[in-house]
Design a protein. Structure first.
Length: 333
């Protein structure tokens, strides 16, 4: 990550015309920096890496190689969307790696949240590095670094302690030291979104809610099992579908489902039915340092509860987390 300072003269990108100007300028800068060399990008499908991919595709086309690592902890249809948009629609060189088994085997039986995060972050780098070694003649590594990342790392350099270890591509092995391309390094998130739309990325991708690097891994609490992970993925998709339908998706900053490693007794088809509870979390925040709870209307909660308990195998209750941050963090792990 570069150590940059955003100049006061930098005009805030608030509309398509300003975004187009930024894109034109960056295309020139990237072409000059990269020449005819090859660039590698870890494309997670998040807003920042997606916008970098679209920008680099415009600047250098087939000199860009994107690697999408599916760690098996993505939300429903997320990896499929990355393939559809970047490979099929934008004709980008995309290496899709289904590493589900690698990740889930390493995580089997691991219940400590920080250990889980570390395993996921480390294995992500391992898988990405394996793919990078297979490609020949790569000179640059592109990253979706944005200005708040730079500010955050400056704060950490001053000795402030992080609450959780976040995962990011960084710390690649010694034999893979590339020069960096970070075209969004001076932008704030809202500007990245405006640039993304100007580059033709779908609204849903550009306005996607934040999703942690370790993905559903930190929402499938304790030791992850495939059956509970599958239930979490389905329940989360139902929550998102209902939020889309009632307009909450546009209003709420982050919303998702958590499934703890606990079963309770229930009843289904007149028989005892032991199942997990699905916990709904919906929060609003400006900077993720503190957060308040969205008051979801009862009718919506009932609809979500009915759908999750009837459509998702293994879930027999739905709970609603009313805890702000502090004292709860946004994620449960
Ligand atoms: P917490 O749980 O610490 O989360 O209140 C604050 C915000 O950060 C997101 N989050 C992550 N984002 N990598 C990320 O890129 C991570 O490892 C990670 N862990 C948490 C979380 O979803 C929330 O928006």
């Amino acid at each position: 990550m570069q150590n940059l300072v955003r100049p006061e003269s930098f005009v805030r990108i608030t509309n398509e015309a300003l975004a187009n100007e930024f894109i034109k300028e960056q295309v020139k800068v990237i072409k000059e920096q990269v020449g005819n060399k090859k660039v590698l990008l870890a494309l997670s499908g998040g807003v920042d890496s997606s916008v970098v991919a679209a920008l680099l595709a415009k600047a250098i086309g087939k000199q860009l190689y994107c690697v999408h690592v599916n760690h098996g902890l993505m939300r429903k249809n997320e990896s499929e969307n990355v393939v559809e948009i970047f490979e099929k629609q934008m004709d980008v060189n995309l290496i899709y790696v289904d590493a589900t088994d690698r990740f889930l085997n390493l995580l089997a039986g691991v219940s400590d949240p920080e250990s889980k995060r570390k395993i996921i972050g480390k294995e992500f780098i391992n898988v990405f590095a394996d793919e990078a070694r297979k490609l020949e003649g790569i000179s640059y590594l592109a990253q979706g670094t944005i200005y708040p990342d730079i500010l955050e790392s400056q704060k950490q350099a001053e000795g402030k302690k992080a609450v959780k270890s976040h995962h990011n591509v960084g710390g690649l092995p010694e034999d893979l030291q590339f020069e960096l391309v970070e075209p969004l390094a001076l932008l704030f998130k809202d500007e990245v979104r405006v640039v993304g739309e100007a580059l033709g990325l779908p609204h849903a991708m550009v306005y996607r809610q934040p999703f942690p690097g370790p993905g559903l891994g930190v929402r499938c609490l304790g030791a992850i099992t495939r059956d509970r992970l599958a239930a979490l993925r389905e329940a989360d998709a139902i929550l998102r579908d209902e939020f889309d339908k009632c307009g909450l998706a546009e209003k709420v900053w982050q919303y998702f489902v958590i499934i703890p490693d606990v079963k309770s007794v229930g009843v289904k088809d007149e028989s005892r039915y032991e199942g997990w509870p699905a916990i709904i979390r919906a929060v609003n925040t400006k900077d993720a340092m503190s957060a308040t709870i969205e008051e979801i209307p009862y009718a919506v909660l009932h609809k979500i509860t009915n759908r999750i308990t009837s459509e998702v195998e293994g879930i027999n209750r739905v709970l609603y987390d009313l805890t702000p941050k502090p004292t709860g963090t946004i994620e449960w792990e």
